[in-house]
Design a protein around this ligand. Structure first.
Ligand code: ATP
Length: 217
């Protein structure tokens, strides 16, 4: 995917302006930047969740390019049980996986009859990730996927994303830098709505910290 130009202005003054940014295929790319840098705005626009109100010029490798977006917070139908929620997903999506397979992949067999509003935050977060585990996309966009999930599941999610990378590009925003350094191939640094830097991951946390935060206050 090539972002020729995206420009969006919010009424209260913040503007996002990204130009000539290549999102390479079959890579995991970390989108980093301070609070309010514009990560969610960029991800929402790229996924079609929000429309850029000034300029939107994006090129994709093919016409039927598919994008899966998991926002950082999704309100799910919390009056359903885990099993009912997964069944609803299976019935209304094109996945070939069964309800049992998905519940087993989530390691939530013991909670299948539990109402979602009685699950922990992390368990609810896991449910929001079902689409990327079960469907094929060309680009997967994940906004803060590691928030509130436990270390074991972070480990599993990292493995899953490494597998998915063989057939998709993955753009992840997170403030958990060591997880990103472990996982990503490349980084994009956003600062005040502009791309400050793009670089390859050297897999050394201090290196990456210096590169990302250098020049910041
Ligand atoms: N709906 C909105 N209306 C007006 N301004 C907004 C709106 N949504 C976001 N903003 C502003 O746009 C800027 C970028 O916000 P955005 O959520 O994209 O940043 P972010 O990098 O994802 O931040 P964080 O790391 O805190 O999640 C912020 O200044 C925010 O206040």
């Amino acid at each position: 995917m090539n972002i020729r130009k995206i420009k969006h202005e919010y009424k209260k003054g913040f503007s996002l302006e990204v130009e000539n940014l290549e999102i390479p295929s079959n890579k995991i790319i970390g989108l980093v930047g301070e609070n309010g840098a514009g990560k969610t705005t960029l991800m929402s626009i790229l996924s079609g969740f929000m429309k850029a109100n000034k300029v939107y010029e994006v090129e994709t490798e093919k016409k039927d390019f598919t994008i899966g977006f998991i926002p950082s917070e999704i309100k799910i139908y919390d009056f359903l049980t885990v099993e009912e929620f997964v069944k609803l997903f299976v019935d209304f999506s094109s996945t070939e996986m069964s309800v049992d397979e998905i519940i087993s992949l989530l390691e939530m067999e013991e909670k299948r009859k539990t109402s979602i509003d009685e699950l922990s935050q992390g368990m609810q977060k896991k449910l929001t990730l079902i689409p990327i585990m079960t469907k094929k996309y060309d680009l997967i966009i994940l906004d803060e996927p590691f928030n509130s999930i436990d270390v074991k599941y972070i480990y599993k999610l990292k493995q899953l994303l490494q597998n998915i990378k063989q057939r998709a590009t993955i753009l992840i925003s997170s403030h958990i830098l060591d997880t990103l350094v472990d996982l990503c191939d490349d980084f994009i640094v956003l600062d005040a709505g502009r791309v400050k830097d793009t670089f390859e991951n050297t897999k050394t946390i201090t290196d990456m910290e210096e590169r990302i935060f250098e020049g910041s206050n």
